[in-house]
Ligand binder design. Structure first.
Ligand SMILES: [Mn+2]
Length: 329
């Protein structure tokens, strides 16, 4: 499917009056910021707009508009509204993905590699650090007047997906747009604290246990940790809200590939992969997941120990030879 230009997207949105913005399962700051930025922009243009998420919205962010997002895990009815899927392909919108794909009018805006995009209008740009960067450009194209609500959302999305301006996707464009957004009353310190430094006591204690069980390959290039469902229960931590565990694991000085295996439900293992140079996006797709070149993941059903051993072996082989071995699961 040929991709549309940003001008095409803007033109298509101008022609419609009634929208539903949908993000991905387990929404992260970029997903939420993109949804909110687009929502406030479309409202300003006098459009009707709703936001819908299949998974609950995290409660640790104080951004304006988050309370407007409707949590609809089943029975989503797009009706005749134009559905705009942001920060993922329609397939990844969680339990409502089949309903999303049935939308009469579908727009897809994303920056993930895998996403070729699906919809009547598609804009997927993997060179963008965040979907919030794309929404910023789209709102400029739509001649929306930026305000604090929009700026907080987009800045938060950029901050989240660049890991606080530290990941490899941090470039001059990112700093330029972040600088522009600061002019509308964004306060960077509390935004960073909310995203990166607002851990519960239970999470920090679980992190302590997890890190004390850190494992590495002999050369230290691969580092990984597993957390069982029972451990999440014991520390009263929501397993679905612990993706960021991997950001602590990747702090090891010798690490090239960091992996976290989280048993989010009994027998359901969520694999988080991070790398400094290795293409863990390919690795994730190989084992049935997806994501970016340096940040990806997958969900695998099975025993925590067996799944982690199999993925570690595959990752090590890939790291050493650049080849993907056979994968049966
Ligand atoms: Mn994103």
């Amino acid at each position: 499917m040929a991709m549309n230009s940003l001008q095409d997207v803007a033109q298509y949105l101008r022609e419609q009056d009634d929208f539903i913005v949908v993000g991905h399962e387990n929404p992260d700051p970029d997903c939420l910021g993109s949804m909110l930025g687009l929502y406030f922009g479309l409202k300003q243009l006098g459009k009707q707009c709703r936001m819908v998420s299949a998974d609950p919205v995290p409660t640790d962010l104080s951004w304006p508009g988050l309370d407007v997002i409707e949590h609809i895990p089943v029975g989503f009815e797009p009706g005749t509204s134009c559905v705009i899927v942001v920060d993922c392909e329609p397939e990844r919108t969680g339990s409502i993905s089949e309903d999303v794909k049935r939308a009469q009018r579908l727009v897809n805006i994303d920056h993930h590699q895998r996403g070729r995009g699906v919809g009547d209008v598609v804009y997927v740009e993997p060179s963008e650090a965040a979907t919030a960067m794309i929404i910023y450009r789209l709102l400029l194209e739509l001649e929306v007047a930026f305000d604090r609500n929009i700026a907080v959302a987009l800045y938060g999305g950029i901050l989240g997906d660049t890991g606080g301006f530290r990941h490899a996707n941090t470039n001059s464009e990112v700093f330029f747009v972040a600088g522009e957004l600061l002019q509308y009353g964004v306060d960077p310190a509390p935004m960073a604290r909310e995203i990166f430094s607002s851990q519960s006591l239970g999470f920090l204690r679980l992190l302590g246990v997890a890190l004390s069980n850190l494992q590495t390959s002999q050369d230290g290039k691969l580092v990984w940790v597993s957390v069982s469902y029972d451990q999440f229960l014991a520390f009263d931590v929501d397993p679905g809200n612990s993706d960021h565990l991997v950001s602590f694991v990747r702090m090891l000085d010798t690490a090239e590939i960091a992996m976290v295996f989280r048993e989010v439900n009994p027998g359901e293992i969520r694999v988080g992969l991070r790398a400094h140079n290795t293409d863990v996006g390919s690795l994730a797709r190989h084992i049935g997941g997806g994501g970016h070149k340096l940040a990806s993941g997958a969900t695998i059903l099975g025993d925590l120990h067996e799944v982690s051993e199999a993925v570690v072996a595959t990752a090590e082989h890939f790291y050493l030879t650049g080849e993907l071995n056979e994968w049966h699961r």
